[in-house]
Ligand binder design. Structure first.
Ligand SMILES: [Zn+2]
Length: 380
């Protein structure tokens, strides 16, 4: 990143803290252009979407006819996945098995939310608990590596555990809460959203800084799941929220009314670790505000005005006291003193580019996916 002048998009709130952002003569960024040109024309949440979804649902039901469950839903306790579970059961008439990965950082709110949801919907839940010593060792490795991407171990565990379970128990359909409505602007890799399943990268970081071998930690390689799982094993990922109207605030109200569900202040705060990453580590150490991507998504999908988003992002996400508490909590949980965590925080920032990785190959794959229309968002 050279001395590019600061610029913020005149249509959303993405800005030059994404080093690769470009603007047109109107001052609109490439996320906005991509949204109007590539995502919106193909995104139907009316009858057309309903019909498309119904076709998929019929296939899922046929596949699941003689099984206890016809599909798998990864559940975090957050809005998106909770709503997928609700829709799957009540709107689509599916018989999902809910799958939760406990990586050691669940907030009490998320634990309660999951419990209320399964009771309220009468669904079955499987929980995999990740070995805490291994989790801690991998997380500490990422801290020591001075990376923005410190939530990779958690994401890797969530993702791999779900996929590996699907393969083992012959689930063909995985329903996820991924959606355009709240995620059409993807967080740039540079802001810590780099691929958790780039195992070359994860292994290199762990080889440098890890202390114990990862024996049970669930892993899956990006190429394995994009190719082998998808095309040989035939696993299909369905994103139901892209076929129905999905207005986040309305959905929160539904979940609160129906299940006594509790809201989080921000996206992804079902994990205390993620809250620390997004409210402390990224903005304070790296100057990256992931809220800019989250709020821009809401602006583009008319769930918030640009002015509201700018106001929100101008104020810190959490009050100082809560941030200090989170800092102490994270240190304690990772067996660090506050001073040791502070030392890591003060270290020289690195990027995923400073470690071995498969980025070139993944970028090539993403280009192919873009060309085939399988990935419509700007990914970088
Ligand atoms: Zn924009």
């Amino acid at each position: 990143m050279d001395s590019k002048e600061y610029q913020v998009c005149t249509n959303c709130i993405m800005d030059t803290t994404d080093p690769d952002i470009t603007f047109d003569e109107r001052g609109w960024c490439d996320y906005c252009r991509n949204f109007y040109e590539n995502i919106l024309p193909d995104w139907h949440t009316d009858e057309r979407g309903e019909k498309e979804l119904e076709k998929i649902v019929q296939k899922i039901k046929r596949y699941g006819k003689n099984r206890d469950h016809d599909c798998l839903i990864g559940i975090s306790g957050g809005v998106d996945s909770s709503y997928v579970a609700l829709i799957a059961k009540e709107k689509l008439g599916l018989r999902p098995l809910l799958y939760h990965v406990d990586a050691g950082w669940n907030s009490q709110v998320s634990v309660n939310n999951i419990q209320r949801l399964i009771e309220g919907l009468g669904l079955d839940l499987v929980t995999e608990v990740i070995d805490w010593q291994e989790m801690k060792d991998l997380q500490l490795s990422f801290f020591k590596a001075q990376l923005a991407n410190i939530d990779i171990p958690q994401d890797l565990a969530f993702f791999s555990s779900l996929y590996n379970f699907a393969i083992k128990h012959k689930f063909k359909y995985i329903l996820t809460g991924a959606n355009y409505s709240t995620e059409c602007v993807r967080e740039p890799n540079e802001w810590g959203a780099y691929y958790p399943t780039d195992m070359r990268f994860v292994k290199d970081v762990h080889n440098h800084f890890g202390k114990i071998p990862l024996k049970t930690f669930p892993t899956s390689n990006i190429f394995t799941y994009k190719l082998y799982y998808r095309y040989i094993k035939g696993i299909q990922v369905v994103r139901p929220l892209n076929y129905v109207p999905y207005i986040k605030e309305d959905v929160k109200k539904v979940l609160i009314d129906r299940f006594g569900w509790q809201s989080y202040a921000q996206k992804h705060h079902e994990s205390r670790f993620t809250r620390f990453v997004e409210c402390y580590w990224l903005p304070k150490k790296f100057g990256y505000e992931r809220r800019k991507a989250h709020l821009s998504s809401l602006v583009l999908t008319n769930q918030m005005t640009r002015e509201e988003a700018l106001l929100k992002v101008a104020a810190p996400e959490l009050d100082e006291q809560t941030m200090i508490q989170d800092f102490e909590y994270v240190a304690k949980k990772l067996d660090l003193t506050v001073e040791e965590l502070q030392k890591l925080f003060d270290g020289e920032n690195k990027s995923y580019r400073d470690y071995k990785n498969n980025m070139t190959l993944i970028n090539l794959g993403t280009k192919v996916m873009n060309l085939l229309g399988l990935e419509k968002r700007v990914v970088r």
